[in-house]
Design a protein around this ligand. Structure first.
Ligand SMILES: Nc1ncnc2c1ncn2[C@@H]1O[C@H](COP(=O)(O)OP(=O)(O)O)[C@@H](O)[C@H]1O
Ligand SMILES: [Mg+2]
Length: 214
């Protein structure tokens, strides 16, 4: 086991930009290099947090107020951080996470228009000083991304977010861009309209540029 703390990488973007595809690609690359890591996602990542995910994504019979959605996201995050992310980082494993804190600012802040100050307070409560070492924002026009997501789903029922209209995702995308502009060192925008291989190699170059891999 390594004595060095692991790296914490998050991948962000609206539905269909290619997050899951790129997390899998990056994981395969890290395996080739012998870098021990775990792949996880938010909301979710542990059995309990996945149960919260199910509530957030698929509650249908009763309205889930935006405030409850926000609190559930952070409840899931608190579970995920304590039971999975922090222990793995401590043991020297890298953590690749499909969506994280920026998604809350983008979806619950931008999309649902909840107060950013409230999100900041919850962030401080749940994350303390922990932030990703690097966040990749996969970016593509809303229509293109949603089209991909629809093709992927092929008949499967849309979840509570996937059922939102294009304007919702435009707000989400704008909020993601604002996050990236405010923290350009941590959060890097990658053009997700490129072919899968090119997106993957751009992401890999970001790690090389930081000398995390060679
Ligand atoms: N760069 C790309 N170009 C074209 N299609 C892509 C690209 N990346 C992913 N896809 C396809 O788009 C769909 C959504 O990708 P996925 O990785 O599931 O997105 P996300 O996890 O961001 O919702 C999948 O069918 C995937 O194969
Ligand atoms: Mg995905």
């Amino acid at each position: 086991m390594s004595t060095m703390a692991g790296r914490f990488l998050t991948i962000e973007g609206i539905e269909g930009v290619g997050k899951s595809t790129q997390v899998a690609r990056l994981s395969a690359k890290l395996n080739e290099r012998g870098i021990t890591h775990v792949v996880t996602r938010e909301p979710g990542g542990t059995p309990l947090a996945e149960r919260i995910r199910e509530i957030v994504l698929n509650s249908r019979d009763e309205v889930l107020p935006p405030t409850a959605e926000l609190l559930l996201m952070f409840a899931a995050r608190a579970v995920h951080m304590t039971n999975h992310v922090e222990p793995n980082l401590r043991d020297g494993r890298w953590v690749l996470c499909d969506r994280f804190i920026d998604a809350t600012y983008a979806y619950q802040g931008g999309g649902r228009r909840l107060r950013v100050d409230d999100i900041r307070q919850l962030e401080a409560m749940v994350l303390g000083a922990r932030r990703p070492d690097l966040t990749v924002l996969l970016d593509a026009p809303v229509e293109q991304a949603l089209q991909r997501a629809r093709q992927r789903n092929a008949g499967a029922a849309a979840d509570r977010f996937e059922s939102e209209r294009a304007e919702f995702f435009e707000r989400v995308r704008d909020a993601y861009h604002a996050r990236a502009a405010a923290e350009p060192n941590r959060m890097v925008v990658v053009d997700a309209t490129l072919p899968v291989d090119q997106v993957a190699s751009r992401i890999f170059k970001l790690l090389e540029a930081r000398s995390w891999i060679s």
